[in-house]
Design a protein around this ligand. Sequence first.
Ligand SMILES: [Zn+2]
Length: 354
Amino acid sequence: MIDNGFIELINLRKELAKAEGSRDFVEYMLKRDELSSNIFEGWKDELRSYIDILNNKRNELAKRYLNMNELKPWDEEYLKSIIAPSLNKKVDMTDYYNILREFFLNFGINLDNFNITYDIFPRRNKSEWGYNFRIKTGEDSRVLANVKNRYSEYKTLLHESGHAIHSFLQDPNEIILNKGISGIITEGIANLFGSFIYDKLFYINFFNKEVEEEFEKIKEYEKLSYLKFIGNIFFDHELYRNEIFSLEDIYNLYFRVYEDLFGDKPLEEEPPFGYRIHYTTHPIYMHNYFMGDVTCEMLRKVFCEKQNVENISEKPTEFIGFLIEEVIKPSGLYKYEELFEKISGEPFSLKWYF
Ligand SMILES: [Zn+2]
């Protein structure tokens, strides 16, 4: 990344932000998304009360499963496959469309009515990431992915299909309003559908009830360990608020952010900082996923309370109605923070996540 100009890219973005009259590139990007420049300010303090729980859990798992004292960043995916081996179960993906179609019918959504083109199988030089490209709202949407015959890969297909469906639920005539929909809302809706990978409503296509305990465990672990993702978000910010001349500077910045947020000691090795494509193609974007999940949890709680149910999957069609009326229809009219407060009655905060 460095050899190919990553530092020059960061510097150009810094220059752009200055030219646009912003204090820094972070503020510039947040302004474009109509988010307050101080939106992340309270996070570190809010996070503090969960750090011990997070670190104790990680150490406990490291001891139990890896015979080590602590988890390193590169152990995380391996650990997941130990906690929930069914995620790696080999499945035949050729029938993916019918599986997705049947699943979304539970919500009263028929994929056949939408013009979604799926291109999901590997080929040479294809990006390994999942995408949804909206070619034209309400008319043409494309899902590009690169999946293997593994159960966990359905999470990507559910996520990207969630994006595609969202675009077909918008009014194509509201061109300006549709442009104003926050990335947090779009990623939130996509993540919400992605999360059904652990729900009986979806897994029943591949497993019996025996995976229930395994999936409950991995869900709980992922929710807790996702707090570490805030490190990615904050590290991305710091890239644009500090002078960077070398790879060494980047590593030091990484260690500083993770020590500051989580109390992590600097690693003896190079930190795995740049494996997410976002640092190059989608800077100051990753908060959309995390805040999208916080929004999901808020929507889940508000809906379940209103409907007096434990779980969305008890009333899937009512949930889609709620999503359309309360979120999708008004989402272009309000700034994200206003919409959040309008639905939940309280300002955005991390507490909704727990
Ligand atoms: Zn997405």
